[in-house]
Design a binder for this molecule. Structure first.
Ligand SMILES: Cc1cc2nc3c(=O)[nH]c(=O)nc-3n(C[C@H](O)[C@H](O)[C@H](O)COP(=O)(O)OP(=O)(O)OC[C@H]3O[C@@H](n4cnc5c(N)ncnc54)[C@H](O)[C@@H]3O)c2cc1C
Length: 411
């Protein structure tokens, strides 16, 4: 819905229209709530291919959320299924293969282990759904400046991008989906715990000579993990285009960003050890510095944080947004309970429950991704040998692998 200049009071306001904020707005509107959605960047700009060159690996829990919201049918055309995950330790012969059709819980759900979708398509589809939803008002681009909680309402002061004018908005519940640099979080006075990994992730799509076979490969090189993720491709690209997420120490990543294209692809081919065959760059390279950022508090009063505003993690397992989408699903379920018994959706008690549930659920994945990056970052030959022995052992343990697949799929 176009911005409505007269209305200033809503059931719920979402600050940040990234992937998590768009999803939160759709979930709240589906519960019949009036929603204000604001971002300091124009939606159209955020859907440009140059704005976000990443892909997202969506797990089955996230797919379930989009099915519930009636959005999955629109996303599915852009989503490449992951039928197999193949993990290797550099060029060592040991391999761990996770094959989704071998796990009844995954196969019976009629789904793959996960799906890879380009963020530009993901954003476009969610934006179209948001703009078509009458209960959602997309405010003109504006930055959150201040918030005051008083008498069961949260008053937001927004500064409009176009003319610098202040735009007041009030809501019973405010959701901060404004990412790692969250202004909502800062205004609540919630501190973050940060770890700089001194690594950056290069990401870009490549066309390749060999078919990907819907296999997602994770290669743990001595310099950092390298993932190849199958993408949907049209025409001759079908089955022959993948997204690269290549983690290196930041200085090395900067060198790869600046490197001549042919040379960079030669280094990449060497790191892939022949997997996918000859490579060709399919779009520009993007680079993201990596850090861990977590909070102890997810809510204060009638304001709460979701997704990267509450937890930014290493992309090693492709779970960052998936955790954020589970925040949305968790909050949505609590809102539904409140509405069912006629209670306030902005109840501080409800948000305390949200915090307790999500903090404990997210902690396990935050610790796992942090630990995995540390484990595979160790170059000592003894550790490396132990890792490979461990990998050979895991490859033989069917039940353990099935459990891992279910966890990775979010089942
Ligand atoms: C290389 C890489 C690969 C990744 N791969 C995966 C993957 O495969 N699977 C996965 O699940 N996750 C992945 N992630 C993580 C995922 O990209 C993030 O978790 C996700 O993008 C976070 O979305 P968000 O909506 O929370 O935040 P953001 O995308 O940061 O959106 C925040 C929004 O808030 C707006 N905003 C900020 N401040 C204000 C303000 N003051 N006022 C108004 N608006 C404001 C911003 O403009 C922005 O649009 C990856 C991350 C990286 C770096």
């Amino acid at each position: 819905m176009a911005a409505n200049q007269t209305k200033t009071s809503y059931d719920l306001a979402v600050v940040g229209a990234g992937l998590s904020g768009l999803t939160m707005a759709l979930a709240a509107a589906a519960r019949g709530l009036s929603v204000a959605l604001v971002d300091r960047v124009k939606l159209e700009k955020m859907a440009l291919p140059t704005f976000d060159g990443r892909t997202t690996a969506l797990n089955i829990s996230s797919v379930a959320l989009y099915r519930q919201l009636g959005v999955w049918s629109h996303l599915a055309a852009y989503a490449a299924p992951i039928e197999q995950i193949r993990i290797t330790d550099n060029h060592a012969p040991q391999v761990i293969d996770f094959i989704s059709r071998e796990v009844p819980a995954v196969r019976d759900a009629g789904l793959a282990m996960g799906y890879i979708i380009e963020n530009r398509h993901f954003r476009q589809v969610l934006q179209q759904q948001v703009l078509a939803e009458k209960r959602i008002t997309v405010l003109p681009p504006a930055g959150l400046e201040a918030l005051v909680q008083h008498d069961g309402q949260v008053m937001l002061t927004l500064t409009r991008l176009a003319d610098g004018a202040a735009q007041p908005v009030s809501a019973r519940l405010v959701v901060g989906a404004d990412g790692r640099g969250s202004r909502t979080r800062a205004l609540l006075g919630i501190a973050t715990h940060d770890v700089d990994y001194r690594q950056s992730a290069l990401t870009f799509p490549v066309r390749h000579a060999q078919p990907h076979g819907n296999v997602a490969a994770e290669i743990f090189t001595p310099h950092g993990p390298l993932a190849t993720l199958p993408m949907v491709g049209q025409g001759k690209d079908n089955g022959h285009i993948s997204s690269i997420v290549w983690t290196r120490p930041t200085k090395a990543a900067n060198v790869l960003m600046a490197m001549d294209e042919a040379l960079m692809l030669a280094v990449l081919e060497e790191s892939c050890a022949g997997w996918l065959g000859g490579l060709e760059l399919a779009a520009n390279r993007s680079c993201y510095p990596l850090s861990l950022q977590v909070v102890d508090e997810y809510a204060r009063g009638q304001v709460c944080l979701i997704a990267d505003a509450a937890h930014g993690i290493h992309p090693i397992a492709g779970q960052g947004l998936n955790l954020g989408l589970q925040d949305v699903a968790g909050l949505d379920a609590l809102i539904a309970e409140q509405l069912a018994v006629g209670l306030d959706i902005g109840s501080a008690e409800m948000l305390k429950r949200y915090q307790t549930q999500r903090r404990s659920q997210n902690r396990a994945m935050i610790a796992a991704t942090h630990g995995l990056n540390a484990l595979y970052g160790v170059r000592h030959p003894v550790v490396s040998a132990a890792r490979r022995t461990g990998m050979a052992a895991v490859q033989g343990l069917t039940l353990l692998k099935h459990g891992f697949i279910k966890r990775a799929a979010g089942l």
